[in-house]
Design a binder for this molecule. Structure first.
Ligand code: SAM
Length: 281
């Protein structure tokens, strides 16, 4: 049975890291007019009410996106304006304290152009029903099925370009190796595809086995972005990690600039490090 619900964590520092990474990857791919096939293997909900019972229970968004929102006038990079527009859309007005936060399906859907196509998988019945309701008036293909196998069945796409977010809950420890195996198989079906994997940095460091599996595979060009809290909690997540296969040109530099601004604004006290998990050759 699936018990993970992202509403407890929506808008935390790790979501900021992941969604800025996703935003940049898609925006950079869209510099060319050719269509992008977009896949989100583990969608969660499309919108989170940060005043709801679950987010209020953890207060994680208060230390993440809500702090960033409060500092938004201090952030200079021109791309932030697009991010604020996304957070302050017609469906989810930002307001003074930022009441609603978009999940990854809403980031994809709002950024997609006419020629792009977006498919989202979600296995949890309640979450997939919410996604279906949200998608009713949108160009989104919602599939209530396993995202790992669903993605592989859908590849290669008919569009010339591909962006996939793989963001499992890791409540099943196999998720780490299943993620690595899925990236390897997906890459074999679409070698030029861009694959973005999120994982938590936890004391058991299980993500290291996932990275080793990728390093031992034929997959090349994997960037590794680690975003670590300066003062991690005694238990729980010390940081957020992203792996990006076939990173678009400029992604690393833009991540560094934007997240450095987040740190210097005082919104989130975390440091980023980007290096190659697997280099080109
Ligand atoms: N990607 C979302 C975002 O950034 O807003 C958060 C996703 S949350 C970390 C993981 C989601 O995956 C949960 O909603 C969970 O129900 C769903 N899930 C778990 N196992 C799954 C599977 N095998 N296939 C598809 N969805 C799954």
């Amino acid at each position: 049975m699936l018990s993970y619900l992202h509403a407890f964590h929506a808008g935390n520092f790790a979501d900021v890291h992941k969604h800025i990474g996703l935003f940049l990857a898609l925006r950079l791919l869209q510099k060319k007019p050719s269509a992008v096939a977009c896949f989100d293997t583990h969608g969660g909900s499309a919108s989170y009410d940060l005043e709801g019972e679950r987010p209020r229970k953890t207060g994680e968004a208060d230390e993440g996106i809500r702090k960033l929102w409060a500092c938004r006038d201090d952030l200079q990079h021109p791309l932030w304006k697009e991010v604020w527009r996304l957070l302050d859309g017609p469906d989810s007005p930002g307001g003074e304290t930022l009441r609603f936060y978009p999940g990854s399906p809403a980031w994809f859907e709002q950024l997609a152009r006419d020629q792009d196509r977006f498919t989202v998988f979600e296995l949890h019945s309640g979450e997939s029903q919410r996604l279906h309701d949200w998608a009713r008036t949108r160009r989104v293909d919602v599939r209530a099925e396993d995202g790992f196998t669903g993605l592989l069945r859908a590849l290669p796409p008919k569009e010339p370009r591909l962006l996939t977010l793989i963001d499992p809950p890791y409540e099943v420890k196999d998720d780490y190796l299943t993620t690595a195996e899925t990236v390897i198989k997906a890459w074999q079906r679409c070698r030029h595809g861009v694959y973005l994997v999120w994982y938590p940095i936890l004391p058991d460091a299980r993500h290291e086995a996932m990275i080793r599996r990728l390093q031992d595979s034929p997959v090349r060009k994997v960037l590794h972005s680690q975003y670590r809290l300066e003062t991690p909690p005694e238990r729980g997540m010390a940081g957020s990690g992203l792996l990006l296969v076939n990173p678009p040109w400029e992604w690393a530099g833009l991540m560094e600039s934007m997240l450095e601004e987040v740190r210097s604004s005082g919104a989130i006290d975390a440091r980023q490090r980007i290096d190659w998990a697997v280099p080109e050759a």
